[in-house]
Design a protein around this ligand. Structure first.
Ligand code: F6P
Length: 405
């Protein structure tokens, strides 16, 4: 018998805890697995030997169900970049010591493209030192920018939130007789998937969003002002979806970067709001969806949460079959009826790479989304969670802060 370790890393989503539950539930079924240790704050917890036996945290089936529908990362997260082991082996030795001391036979890392860099590096290192610990990546990110996989857990719920919020913003913005522009800034880094998903409203007969700007298309302020003027000639209230990652003039963003060198992207909506005020002069407002789009489990997609749990469980099965250095991925079999299969891909092919919105999903003017993209998005946002509520708001699984210290 051996133990396994699981950790969560990168930006929060609605589905990361569901993948943790997937790993845990599957492990409970396997007679060769004894304890499941959760690492606090991603790989940092393994480096510091700060881990929790999940049995002491998840006390019942009800706990497991609640955790499955609780957004964010119950074990905390990190944005920690491992050095190359040839350059600095110290940190790898600490990881090895923790895992060996705890008799870990497999390690599951739930994260995005940066976290798959950790999966790749650790699995290579263990191979080099002949240590039999399997390392498996479980994907997640609202950005949906992981290569090879059809989509990532967490994206469907974020897309459902974006589309629903966009619909509500549309209802709100059309009440007055005066012309107006509402600009909605959406996350997703340098990929336009999440922003483009707002176009699912077109499938519901909405004309909004009237303009959609994604980082895959070169952005120009002159083109934007021209587009807005044109839409104002057709619609009283113009709704614009804009990716946080479109190219903006120097100074609009803070310029701060994280450990992976990624810029903190925020502020394009406000900048465009000021541009419309100055250049067009009509009523204008910008809304930054910001972190709300990552943890809105009240609008979670049941499809997304079920898939997140399933891909976590599949990861455990793969590790037990002897697989290492791989990331679990979805392969779409068909849009309608929606069917996916789970496969594996080399972590080296996913680590630090980005998958962009295909050109065929963007209109020729570069300012909206083609109807054919909706067949891709719509299945991912289907189904609602049967949420446990408390005093009228969703109940969340929580562990006491002292447990995480
Ligand atoms: O990668 C997921 C993501 O939510 C991006 O969309 C966003 O740009 C980034 O994380 C924000 O990072 P942080 O949580 O570190 O501020």
């Amino acid at each position: 018998m051996f133990n396994i370790a699981v950790a969560q890393s990168g930006g929060p989503t609605c589905a990361i805890n569901a993948s943790l539950v997937g790993v845990y539930r599957e492990a409970l079924k396997e007679s060769s697995i004894d304890a499941v240790f959760g690492s606090v704050n991603g790989i940092e917890g393994i480096i510091q030997n700060h881990m929790i036996n999940l049995k002491s945290m998840i006390l019942s089936n009800d706990d497991m169900e609640l955790l499955r529908q609780t957004p964010s990362t119950v074990l905390g997260s990190c944005r920690y970049k491992l050095p190359d082991w040839e350059e600095d082996e110290e940190v790898y030795k600490k990881i090895r010591d923790t895992l060996v001391q705890r008799n870990i036979g497999a390690f599951f890392y739930i994260g995005g493209n940066d976290s798959m860099d950790t999966v790749n590096k650790l699995s290579e290192y263990f191979k080099t030192i002949n240590l039999d610990i399997k390392v498996i990546g479980i994907p997640k990110t609202i950005d949906n920018d992981l290569c090879i996989t059809d989509h990532t857990p967490g994206f469907g719920s974020a897309a459902k939130y974006v589309a629903t919020t966009m619909k509500e913003i549309t209802r709100d913005s059309i009440v007055y007789s005066i012309p107006s522009v509402t600009i909605v800034e959406i996350m997703g880094r340098h990929a336009g998937w999440l922003t483009a998903s707002s176009a699912v409203l077109h499938a519901l007969g909405e004309t909004a969003p009237h303009l959609v700007y994604v980082p895959e298309v070169k952005f120009s302020i002159e083109g934007f002002v021209r587009d807005v003027r044109q839409e104002l000639s057709k619609h009283k209230a113009v709704i614009v979806a804009v990716s946080e990652g479109i190219e903006v003039p120097e100074g609009v963003q803070s310029g701060e970067v994280d450990n992976f060198g990624h810029k903190y992207l925020s502020g394009i909506g406000k900048y465009l709001e000021e541009t419309v005020r100055k250049e067009i002069g009509c009523k204008v407002r910008s809304i930054e969806l910001n972190v709300m789009q990552r943890c809105s489990s009240h609008l979670g997609s049941a499809t997304d949460i079920a898939e997140a749990e399933m891909i976590g469980a599949e990861g455990v099965k793969c590790a037990l079959a002897g697989v290492s250095g791989k990331v679990m991925v979805f392969k779409r079999i068909s849009d309608m009826p929606y069917t996916v299969a789970v496969e594996t891909a080399d972590a080296s092919k996913i680590a630090n790479q980005e998958k962009f919105l295909p050109k065929k999903y963007i209109n020729s003017a570069g300012n909206n989304i083609e109807a054919k993209a909706l067949d891709y998005f719509l299945p991912l946002i289907q189904g609602e969670l049967n949420l446990v509520m408390e005093h009228g708001v969703p109940k969340h699984f929580a562990i006491h802060e002292s447990v995480l210290k």
